[in-house]
Design a protein around this ligand. Structure first.
Ligand SMILES: Cc1cc2nc3c(=O)[nH]c(=O)nc-3n(C[C@H](O)[C@H](O)[C@H](O)COP(=O)(O)O)c2cc1C
Length: 122
């Protein structure tokens, strides 16, 4: 856990990609965030963070993102608001190696990665 905290601390920014479990964060992932969050030196404070989610369902994990934003607010992260990225029907959008094969999804992710820190209007 110390190694992960240190990697976050040293990073210019953090990208969090997560699935949605029962409308919220997978328990193991939440547990990691909880461990990271302890102490005055927790590394998410002031850290730029972008969030994306993927799901086999049509909503692409839309609900988990709002719970995750709430958690990240508590640890004082600077979470990018827009553009949001929800990857629905994800099973058909990646090949066996994990590479994204869906052009529209690639555009959404690229736009998020290129967004200014203050976010885009879209
Ligand atoms: C316990 C559990 C709960 C899930 N709940 C949701 C859900 O609320 N919404 C959703 O879109 N997908 C849900 N899924 C499907 C996950 O989005 C899907 O499993 C995800 O893409 C992660 O893949 P993995 O289980 O192989 O890690 C759930 C899966 C599990 C195992």
């Amino acid at each position: 856990m110390q190694a992960l905290r240190e990697r976050i601390r040293r990073a210019d920014a953090v990208v969090i990609a997560t699935p949605e479990y029962n409308f919220t964060l997978p328990g193991v992932f939440k547990n990691v965030l909880d461990w990271i969050s302890r102490g005055d030196d927790q590394p998410f404070a002031g850290k730029p963070v972008a969030i994306l989610s993927a799901s086999q369902g049509p909503l692409g994990g839309a609900r988990v993102q709002y719970d995750l934003r709430r958690v990240m607010m508590f640890v004082n992260a600077m979470v990018l608001v827009k553009p949001e990225v929800f990857i629905g029907s994800a099973a058909g959008k990646f090949d066996a190696s994990g590479a994204c094969t869906d052009e529209a999804t690639r555009k959404f992710v690229t736009a998020q990665m290129a967004a200014p820190r203050s976010g885009s209007a879209a």
